[in-house]
Design a protein around this ligand. Sequence first.
Ligand SMILES: Cc1cc2nc3c(=O)[nH]c(=O)nc-3n(C[C@H](O)[C@H](O)[C@H](O)COP(=O)(O)OP(=O)(O)OC[C@H]3O[C@@H](n4cnc5c(N)ncnc54)[C@H](O)[C@@H]3O)c2cc1C
Length: 593
Amino acid sequence: MADYQVPLKDMSFVLFDVFKADELWQTLPALAENVDRETADAILQECAKIAEQEIAPLSRQGDETGVSFDNGKVTTAPGYKEAFNTYVEGGWPSLGGSTEYGGMGMPKVITAFHEEMLCSADIAFSLYPGLSAGAALSIVKHASEDLKQRYLTRMYAGEWNGSMCLTESHAGTDLGMIRTKAIPQEDGSYKVTGNKIFITAGEHDLTENIVHLVLAKLPDAPAGPRGISLFIVPKYKVNDDESIGDFNHVSCGSIEHKMGINASATCVMNFDDSEGYLVGEVNKGLNCMFTMMNFERIGVGIQGIGAAVRSYQNALEYAKDRLQSRSATGIKSPEKAADSIMVHGDVRRMLLNMKALNEGSRALSTYISMQLDISTYGEGEQKEKADSLVALMTPLAKAFFTDMGFESTVAGQQVFGGHGYIREWGQEQLVRDCRIAQIYEGTNGIQAMDLLARKVAGSKGALMQSFLDEVNTYIAESTSDNMNEFITPLTQAVTDLADLTKHLLTVSADNANELGASANDYLHVFGYTAMAFVWAKMAEVALDKQDCGDDFYQSKIHTARYYFARLLPRRHSLIASAKSGCETLFDIEDDMF
Ligand SMILES: Cc1cc2nc3c(=O)[nH]c(=O)nc-3n(C[C@H](O)[C@H](O)[C@H](O)COP(=O)(O)OP(=O)(O)OC[C@H]3O[C@@H](n4cnc5c(N)ncnc54)[C@H](O)[C@@H]3O)c2cc1C
């Protein structure tokens, strides 16, 4: 496997040349005092070092050895604890944390790149700090001041780690059915009892305490999702002097043996009259949890990007070295027994698909992260618009980046031929590790329904209109002739997306099954169109800089052309499928399947 190299130049290009994040930071007082371009560059460079040197080398061994379980005790793979300690010593768990409780207060655009680096290095490792950052975010937004003081500083310091305990064996997507109980106590705490499954980082040996965020129901709670409350349930209680107290009867019953991310502990967690503390209001737990889930959803999307980037780097290095057959247009390397497989159209197709999707996903993820920053730190109309775009694009980020990421890991494996299927080269691990990202944190099918039914139909199209307006304004302001090759197809794509949205809103008014039948296609039409928007923006900057003598910009222009010629047209078949109606799915009786 090629050594992982963080694409710092592309990150800097997207961040500063395309989206001018540094100019935005100056306009948002809470960010202006924390971050500028120099700070951001220094952070990304330091993060690149730890990802390349400390974490990436662990990935193979982590996959081979996995996590071990013995009588309730979970031991992480060799080297994990040392690497985690180095990660903590570098202060990385506090990167995006609230400055009031010891966090560094970095914007999402910076933490998103940090997540991408970690995921390219090793998704399994990235999940331990990733879950903790999401849990801390929910505590910042919804917990009492006392709970924040007690837990956040230690979590940001990396002394304690977080987990997210939602899923039960009979309740995955449908969390309204959870059975975990929380009984109120006289001192204001709760006794939490129940069993959770599939809990990432539920138990491990990396930190002295684990802070579980647990969904449970009070005895008199209404049925369904409106009766869910959220609790902090630590593995060890915390004494008044903030030292570690008694064991809180939170135990790991077993760990799962999985297809991938073998070094991530996926635990069955048992809570047995464990002391818990309410976060937010009773029966409003799902709202609080959504803070964490939205954060994690963008994070899971970035897992797809991370795996895909690593797959591309490996495949490119391999393709340049691998000699097989001769070029269709005549021998290219007469001194060698064969030409490199780079001469073959099909190999170039796979590599360019990966390159265009990866760079497009990184740019789109940066755009969405910037909207999240404006939504968090901005005000007035600017904030309202960003709120709409974040709501609309969070399910897109989760599902589209992981679908494209999985496609890219498979393409990278394919470039290796048979060598991609055997373990030695590491390509098959990327396919296995990436696959879960399409499933957890709400399956991609659920993300598609969240987008189309909840966000688009639920707002009668208003949320989608905020995106369409954004792109149409960009198109209207783009007057340079040399951008026509991008602006013309982008205009058509946005028009078609608007038309498809209108069509689905109309037909679903008569038959609600239309939404479920077309949600996946719709999400992908939106994804390819949104990606065309950011590819046009990247091409515009690259065209301006193309004469500076740096091949980076020529490469961008070529890749943009490839995207518009060969990937954006995928939307045509998706639109035809989405408009074909739901009858072909529902006319067939269940027993005819
Ligand atoms: C490795 C791993 C790590 C995980 N980590 C965590 C964790 O840290 N914390 C946690 O709480 N959970 C975790 N999970 C659980 C994960 O989030 C769930 O598996 C996932 O949300 C799906 O739930 P389910 O498996 O019960 O599938 P189900 O809900 O049973 O879904 C089965 C199928 O039906 C579809 N479906 C269900 N309902 C609908 C609907 N309304 N509309 C359309 N389609 C529908 C789904 O898309 C899916 O294709 C993890 C799972 C795994 C495998």
